[in-house]
Design a protein around this ligand. Structure first.
Ligand code: RIB
Ligand code: CA
Length: 313
């Protein structure tokens, strides 16, 4: 990656999205060109609000935040207040944003930016349902050849689903959008539950956030405390899986992650398995590889990186 590497973050904050945004803003290797909000964990008004709250928490009112799609391409919006709370950012008490939303529509800004930046120079970090990205690709198919890479949190294979037995939330919310993205011919890296379920915020890791003794460290500790209660009850795991920051972690230190290039197709027809990522991990079909699918990570190394970056804010 060039240094700094230009990235666009497409997101539905969500506590884990918020921590991913903070990690990106704290990393000099990355230039966050803008943040496009999408409906997902909570409705669009809240994800667009939360993205600005996080930028202001990081002292980065300069980063433009745009509102994107308020509902999936074809389906009724499914949200996740049961995980993220009513606001989508429950846990810390953070002030309302004072920075304005950029008035340009997020999908239009995505298209214009990708058309004006040098071909292949922009990476898209997708942390929520893929509605914005799919709309941009459908409206302007020429941008597919201009996107450097899409690095997304979504899907699952050996870990199966977290919102249904078959599907991970981001893909489940808008399976048609995911199908557009995976079939667009853009280089894609997938951070699925197979990886993110190994990125658990243990008590010691949460303590390390709090020990930073900064407003960011304390807010992150309070976010993960809140986020954890759902996962603890559901998985009985030793801490909440920190899904979205794995996207930024892979960008910064791909050596901390491992996976393989395989074919990934999206189930869009069955009500029972809608949004399942049918990952040909064992390459048992002739379907061509269209994604680098991450299966494992060095969790200790990842949390050391995350904590070190948060300490810079
Ligand atoms: O399944 C986890 C994903 O769904 C994360 O991106 C989380 O923020 C929610 O959007
Ligand atoms: Ca998310």
């Amino acid at each position: 990656m060039p240094d700094p590497a230009k990235i666009i973050i497409d997101t539905d904050p969500g506590q884990d999205d918020a921590i991913a945004i903070l990690m990106a803003l704290a990393s000099p290797e990355l230039e966050v060109m803008g943040i496009t909000a999408v409906a997902g964990n909570v409705p669009l008004e809240l994800t667009a609000r939360n993205a600005r709250i996080v930028c202001e928490l990081a002292g980065r009112r300069d980063v433009p935040v745009f509102a994107g799609a308020r509902q999936p391409l074809r389906r009724r919006l499914v949200t996740a207040e049961h995980v993220h709370g009513r606001t989508g950012l429950d846990g810390p008490v953070l002030p309302d944003p004072t920075m304005p939303l950029d008035p340009r529509p997020g999908v239009g800004w995505l298209i214009d930016t990708l058309r004006s930046e040098p071909r292949g120079s922009v990476t898209i970090c997708a942390l929520g349902p893929l509605t914005n990205l799919a709309l941009a690709l459908l409206k302007a198919p020429d941008i597919a050849a201009r996107i450097g890479r899409i690095v997304l949190m979504g899907g699952a294979y050996f870990e199966v689903g977290n919102i249904t037995p078959a599907a991970e939330f981001n893909i489940h919310v808008d399976p048609e959008a995911a199908q557009v993205v995976f079939r667009a011919g853009v280089p894609v890296t997938v951070l699925p539950l197979d990886a993110t379920h190994k990125a658990l915020v243990t008590g010691a890791r949460n303590d390390a956030f709090r020990a930073l003794g900064t407003p960011v460290g304390t807010a992150v500790a309070e976010m993960t405390d809140f986020f954890e209660r759902f996962d603890l009850e559901k998985y009985g795991s030793d801490g909440a899986p920190l899904h979205d920051p794995c996207v930024i972690g892979w960008l910064l230190r791909p050596d901390l992650f491992s996976g393989r290039s395989i074919n990934v197709e999206i189930e869009t027809l069955s009500d029972l398995t809608r949004g399942m990522t049918v990952a040909d991990w064992w390459r048992v079909t002739p379907r061509p590889a269209n994604a680098f699918f991450v299966g494992d990570l060095d969790a200790a190394g990842f949390f050391d990186l995350l904590t070190e970056r948060l300490a810079r804010l």
